[in-house]
Design a protein around this ligand. Structure first.
Ligand SMILES: [Zn+2]
Length: 429
């Protein structure tokens, strides 16, 4: 809780390297957060009650927030005797943030307004054969083009968030031997993009960004604990513990790929069998389908050349498998059921470890997996979660759709600039 006049950021050490343009002192961020969290706007009296700040301090801060265009008046509210109180709410066009999701298959770009609504979006395939430098040059060009085409005032763009498959190196703003982005080891993503765009750049793992998006949009509440399971080329977990995104010591919490789902299953590079990242990878599942004669799962002509492991080929085959299951193919459905059961085993382990009350799924494959996973995972969790007699554990898909990591990347910027809970790790320029 802030105190009048003397409150300082309580976690200054967690802000190392941060030089995003701050919106003012800590109390101002606290006031902005209180206004943001209200659904219909807050009066100054309500802001004072919600923050513990004095009416005079609230009045001064609100004047500054109105002057800088971060909040706007939202009508009057009659509350008991006395004159009606003016309500304040976040001004959607007060500031904007750009988000980029560097995915092995596609790069997705979004521009979010201050209340977290997307105002522009574009997608570019990550063209095979291009080096990271060329890709980053194209990313910077697309960021500039999207800001222009969106019509937002570039002066109001607070920064650029980048979500990428981990692991991330927070000190250098780069990825370290990312298994799903070969050739990107130690590429200085943050500095290169900061230089090329002139924007403040934040970098986080895609699952962490997705968790921030869930928090920023209010899908995960301010005191909730949740795990965001991201299923794509790899699997990962984004963690929210009592309303705070948990990044771990180095920003790499949530690596769950080697949790063992059972003694059988294909061998993993780590030496074990049945690792969830291996058994639930689209490549393994379509290979099993092939061995069992389920199909044909032939990809569209010419996709990925002759390479059966090409991610586009695997992705197309996996979607075809999901379509077969939906059409009632028993073998295809059995395979997806097995994938869901194995994932649910690992999900249960994570839920038990952290005692969370929400499980959220997302990622590029989620829409195809949702019918199977939402049927099987809650049932498995009911039997495996030790806190089941104490509290419910809800299971749902993200409401943010396939762009959740890109939305999360932009949310990183909003969260860093406008939330008192932020503890962003990577900032430049
Ligand atoms: Zn493994």
């Amino acid at each position: 809780m802030p105190v009048n006049a003397t409150a300082a950021p309580p976690r200054a050490s967690a802000r190392r390297g941060s030089n995003l343009p701050r919106v003012g002192d800590y109390n101002q961020v606290v006031v902005l957060e209180a206004i943001r969290r209200s659904t219909d706007g807050l009066s100054r009296v309500e802001v004072a009650a919600a923050t513990g700040l004095s009416p005079q301090a609230v009045s001064n801060i609100c004047r500054r927030l109105l002057q800088t265009g971060l909040v706007e008046e939202a009508g009057k509210k009659v509350a008991g005797p006395g004159k009606p109180r003016t309500l304040l709410r976040l001004a959607p066009n007060g500031r904007f943030a750009v988000g980029v999701h560097l995915d092995p298959a596609l790069t997705t770009f979004v521009v979010l307004d201050l209340v977290g609504r997307p105002v522009a979006r574009s997608v570019r395939p990550l063209r095979p054969g291009l080096g990271p430098e060329q890709v980053l040059r194209e990313v910077a060009e697309e960021v500039a083009a999207l800001i222009t085409s969106s019509g937002v005032d570039p002066e109001r763009v607070v920064g650029l968030g980048v979500a990428a498959p981990g692991p991330v190196d927070t000190a250098t703003g780069s990825l370290v031997r990312p298994p799903n982005l070969l050739g990107w080891d130690r590429v200085a993503i943050r500095d290169v993009l900061g230089e090329a765009t002139g924007l403040s750049v934040l970098l986080d793992k895609d699952v962490v960004a997705a968790a921030v998006a869930e928090l920023w949009t209010g899908a995960v509440g301010g005191t909730d604990s949740a795990v965001f399971f991201y299923i794509g080329t790899g699997v990962g977990a984004g963690l929210v513990l009592r309303g705070e995104v948990h990044r771990g010591t180095s920003g790499n919490a949530g690596e769950m790929g080697h949790l063992v789902t059972g003694p059988d299953g294909p061998p993993c590079a780590c030496g074990q069998r049945g690792c969830v990242g291996e058994v639930c990878s689209p490549r393994t599942v379509v290979e099993t389908a092939h061995l069992r004669g389920i199909g044909p799962l032939d990809p569209p002509e010419g996709l990925g050349g002759d390479d059966p492991d090409h991610r586009d080929v695997v992705g197309a085959r996996f979607r075809r498998l999901c379509a077969l299951a939906e059409d009632g193919h028993p073998g295809a459905q059995e395979l997806l059921d097995d994938m869901a059961r194995r994932f649910a085993k690992s999900a249960g382990d994570v839920v038990n470890l952290l005692d969370v009350d929400q499980v959220v799924f997302g990622g590029p494959l989620w829409e195809h997996l949702a019918p199977t996973f939402l049927r099987i995972v809650p049932e498995v969790l009911r039997g495996s979660v030790v806190t089941a007699p104490l509290h419910a554990t809800t299971v749902r898909g993200t409401s943010l759709g396939a762009d959740v990591a890109a939305l999360g990347a932009a949310s990183l910027v909003l969260d860093e600039a406008f939330s008192p809970r932020s503890a962003t790790l990577l900032v430049a320029h």
